[in-house]
Design a protein around this ligand. Structure first.
Ligand SMILES: Nc1nc2c(c(=O)[nH]1)N[C@H]1C(S)=C(S)[C@@H](COP(=O)(O)OP(=O)(O)OC[C@H]3O[C@@H](n4cnc5c(=O)[nH]c(N)nc54)[C@H](O)[C@@H]3O)O[C@H]1N2
Ligand SMILES: Nc1nc2c(c(=O)[nH]1)N[C@H]1C(S)=C(S)[C@@H](COP(=O)(O)OP(=O)(O)OC[C@H]3O[C@@H](n4cnc5c(=O)[nH]c(N)nc54)[C@H](O)[C@@H]3O)O[C@H]1N2
Ligand SMILES: [Mo]
Length: 799
């Protein structure tokens, strides 16, 4: 059913072109015209192999990460490996790539790519579209944006940017600023949340290990860096450190890669980390395991914190977290007595918990009061690399173009704040001193303004490299917002499940089809710079994300601020003064490595430089009692924020809502940075899909057997908010009351004959299960929980 629907859709969208791309993939040469061929100065003779440089972006386009060498023979990209010059993985010389990186060729030649601009002809959601030219699509979009700006003001336009996609945080922000809208809509569940919590509690200090080879205890708390940055050296460094005696405690609901190598794995119940962290503070302070010198000199209101956490005993936290009081004592005592200790916390805590701000702050306070900040082997304090030998510039995103309204001026806000449709962090917090990246609205709340018209409805939204049915919460509500929007336009490589609701869909090419992104890597040995070289001409009529913005800006009349549509001019501006020209960079098939010959070596950082690290914090001290946020308005301006860490827990949980737990006895959450995909995509890539063919849920065999569920059975999982079907996978490394899955299953894989699935009830996207009550979101940084109570049953035939 779903599969047939998708396949018909594709044939319609791409016509015979899909067959052409498929032919290229399978090596059949019948569709010569569509066979991708390399371009550029250095052509090679038939049969010879040409090497081209690219940056792998498969851990997220937010950062260009692993430099790769792409091998092209007879016009086809046949092989990829890590670029030994660039310093991937454990350093210079490494050619390894992860599973995703190794399948990169299949991204370029994916037969499911969108090839042409499309405009909607039917009702929203009906799926009726007509092919149009790129210029017509740009024209429709520009005239609609101009009309809506005229009628409702520039702030009626917002851009979805959950994952800080590079083009969006640069050109996207610049476009918004020139247009006059502050509504850059960040997901409110990714990284910025953790960063803000850290900033307001321990300032510019870090908890992550700066020099893992000197760390004695590493506590990995809801982080997944063995997968989220697999080829950036972390896993190797850690395994080596473990061999050299590093002790590891892993706190995650499910046993994952690092957990299997840890000394202690603590299978915490999803969404209860704040309770665990508070109980640790209770023990560390109560048993006098903290660093008195640090708390006396560098902590604001330590006594108040000490008094406050007396209530949070391990005995109190045990039934909430699903851990025993003994396990919590052991964790707290180990952290309080092993030095240097570093805590690496990730997207699993803080970012996606509705008490995430206090959860992160409590963890930062553990690191601080045990005296582990900015010491060798503790949090932060990395060896300082010598200066890079190639210096590039960022271009200005023109934040000063946002006009200050009278309300901004009156309230002392940064320009544009009063007009934010749904501030991600409170308006008073978002000023250039604390929030360098510019103003942010929250994605889900912003989209809800379309329905509630509170404080005003967004009218036009751009979804570029974001699928709003999967990225946020409750697609059932999102679809209503998309239907009501005056104009929704999409720029994507694939027809994601939200595209049916778009007015115009632009086909983006992959970064293998343009030469517009470069990056540098500075190491002790030297500095590497590389630009993506074109591996093939853009498929169909797709264009790069960068060109899209420039074309739209020119059509809007913003050409003066957008290099008059010349992307090379934008790149030249960034390379100006680097000593390298764009032509040299593009011609360097393996990138350019400038070796360090000045003898400069990494140097020890200045340890315990607390005066500098805490300079922005009230009283220049760690905020045990938080005077930065305490007593100030929350992000919805419906109340004030507290001074001391507060436990809330998930909106629905075993300990939180016991009555509900009688009907829905299990708690479900999801893993994000899965090793075989990025968010919800690359699920259609054959090499990767082969390794995870079906939407899975990990279940303890004892739980499964109670419900007559065999390993591999399709199951129905229902919460109060919706239901999904998933394939049960027996797994001993998960508590009996917990289920873990992965979100995002809309892509099909034609090569393997595997379907894509719906994202609403009865589909496979866990996002439909979670609570989306705005009042429940974190009152400081808007994080939304991804934990909820569910029941499970074997899926009956016909469902
Ligand atoms: N391969 C791959 N790499 C990626 C991405 C990707 O999609 N795929 N995405 C990129 C992006 S945008 C981001 S934000 C980063 C994220 O990078 P990380 O933070 O390192 O990755 P996550 O998988 O989000 O980490 C969360 C971990 O916490 C666990 N967890 C889930 N719920 C809970 C909980 O309630 N408590 C605790 N203690 N743990 C919990 C999960 O099982 C998971 O192991 O990764 C980036 N890198
Ligand atoms: N339930 C749940 N929800 C989550 C998370 C979670 O862990 N659990 N994690 C959250 C996090 S940390 C993040 S960052 C967000 C991510 O959320 P999003 O960034 O919205 O990720 P996707 O939903 O995968 O949508 C990405 C879209 O980009 C398209 N795409 C891929 N490559 C390109 C390209 O080169 N150009 C263009 N134009 N499009 C491209 C894909 O086809 C896809 O349609 O999700 C958040 N949502
Ligand atoms: Mo993210």
């Amino acid at each position: 059913m779903t599969q047939e629907w998708k396949l018909t859709r594709r044939a319609f969208l791409q016509g015979t072109a899909a067959l052409g791309a498929m032919a290229a993939l399978t090596g059949c040469a019948s569709q010569e015209a569509l066979k991708p061929s390399p371009t550029g100065e250095a052509g090679v003779a038939a049969g010879e192999v040409e090497v081209r440089h690219a940056w792998c972006q498969m851990c997220g386009p937010a950062k260009t990460a692993c430099s790769t060498l792409c091998y092209i023979k007879d016009g086809r990209w046949t092989n990829v490996e890590g670029n030994p010059d660039a310093g991937n993985n454990w350093g210079r010389g490494s050619k390894t790539l992860c599973a995703k990186g190794n399948s990169a060729m299949q991204i370029l030649y994916d037969p499911a790519r969108i090839l042409y601009p499309m405009k909607r002809t039917g009702e929203k959601g009906e799926g009726k579209f007509e092919r149009c030219t790129w210029d017509e699509a740009i024209e429709i979009t520009a005239s609609k944006l101009k009309e809506l700006k005229e009628q409702y003001g520039p702030e009626s336009y917002g851009v979805l940017s959950p994952q800080a996609y590079q083009v969006l945080w640069t050109l996207g922000r610049r476009f918004l600023n020139v247009h006059g809208s502050p509504n850059y809509m960040h997901s409110a569940i990714c990284a910025l949340q953790r960063a803000a919590s850290k900033k307001i509690s321990i300032g510019n200090a870090q908890c992550d290990p700066g020099q893992i080879n000197k760390t004695k205890l590493l506590v990995v708390w809801g982080a997944n860096t063995e997968n989220s940055a697999i080829n950036q050296g972390d896993p190797n460094k850690r395994v080596k450190a473990i061999e050299n005696g590093l002790k590891v405690i892993d706190i995650r609901p499910m046993l994952e890669g690092l957990g299997s190598k840890a000394d202690i794995w603590l299978p915490i119940r999803p969404g209860t980390d704040c309770a665990l962290a508070l109980a640790c503070l209770n023990v560390i302070i109560g048993e006098d395991l903290y660093d008195h010198d640090f708390t006396d000199n560098w902590c604001n209101g330590f006594d108040k914190l000490a008094e406050h956490v007396v209530q949070y005993t391990p005995e109190w936290a045990a039934p909430i977290t699903g851990l025993s009081a003994d396990q919590i004592y052991e964790l707290a005592r180990t952290m309080g007595t092993t030095k240097p200790m570093a805590i690496q916390y990730g997207n699993g805590i803080g970012d996606q918990q509705n008490d995430g701000n206090w959860a992160c702050i409590s963890i930062c306070l553990i690191e601080a009061i045990t005296g582990n900040l900015a010491i060798a082997g503790g949090g932060g304090a990395s060896m300082k690399l010598p200066d890079p030998l190639i210096k590039t510039k960022k271009f200005d995103i023109l934040t000063d173009r946002l006009e200050a309204s009278s309300e901004d001026t009156e309230k002392g806000y940064f320009a544009g704040m009063a007009k934010l449709v749904a501030p991600e962090t409170p308006r008073w917090y978002q000023n250039p001193k604390t929030w360098e990246s510019g103003p942010n609205s929250a994605y889900f709340k912003g989209l809800m303004s379309v329905l509630t018209e509170d404080p005003y409805p967004l009218r036009a939204v751009l979804g570029q490299a974001s699928n709003p049915f999967g990225a946020t919460r409750q697609p059932k509500k999102i679809v209503e917002a998309l239907k009501k929007l005056d104009f929704y336009f999409v720029v994507d490589t694939h027809w994601n499940s939200s595209c049916d609701y778009a007015d115009v869909v632009f086909p983006a090419c992959t970064h293998y089809e343009s030469s517009q992104q470069f990056a540098t890597k500075n190491t002790a040995e030297g500095t590497f710079i590389g630009i993506n070289q074109k591996i093939a001409e853009p498929m169909g009529e797709s264009k790069s994300d960068w060109d899209f913005y420039l074309d739209l800006a020119v059509a809007m009349g913003y050409g003066d601020d957008f290099w008059n549509g010349d992307m090379d001019a934008c790149l030249r501006e960034q390379l100006d003064g680097s000593g390298i020209t764009l032509e040299e960079l593009r011609a360097a098939n393996k990138g350019i490595f400038v070796e360090r010959t000045d003898g400069a070596k990494p140097v020890e950082p200045k340890y315990q430089d607390y005066e500098t690290l805490f300079a922005q914090l009230p009283n220049g001290k760690v905020q045990c009692y938080n005077e930065w946020i305490g007593g100030k308005p929350n992000n919805t301006e419906t109340g004030t924020l507290g001074y001391l860490p507060e436990y809330v827990g998930p909106p629905e949980g075993i300990a939180q809502t016991p009555d509900l737990a009688e009907e829905y006895p299990y708690i479900i959450s999801d893993v994000h940075a899965y090793r075989l995909c990025n968010h919800s995509y690359y699920v259609g890539v054959p090499y990767l899909r082969e390794l995870q063919p079906y939407p899975w849920v990990k279940i303890n065999p004892a739980t499964a057997k109670k419900h007559g569920i065999e390993d591999g059975d399709w199951v129905k999982i229902e919460s109060q908010h919706g239901w999904v079907k998933l394939v049960a996978r027996y797994f001993e490394g998960i508590a009996p009351e917990v289920l873990m899955c992965r979100r995002g299953w809309w892509q099909s894989c034609e090569e393997l004959g595997l379907p894509g699935y719906e994202c609403f009830d009865g589909g496979c996207d866990s996002t439909v299960l979670y609570d989306s009550t705005i009042e429940n979101f974190d009152p400081f940084h808007s994080a939304m929980s991804k934990q909820t109570l569910v029941k499970i049953s074997k899926l009956e035939e016909g469902n």
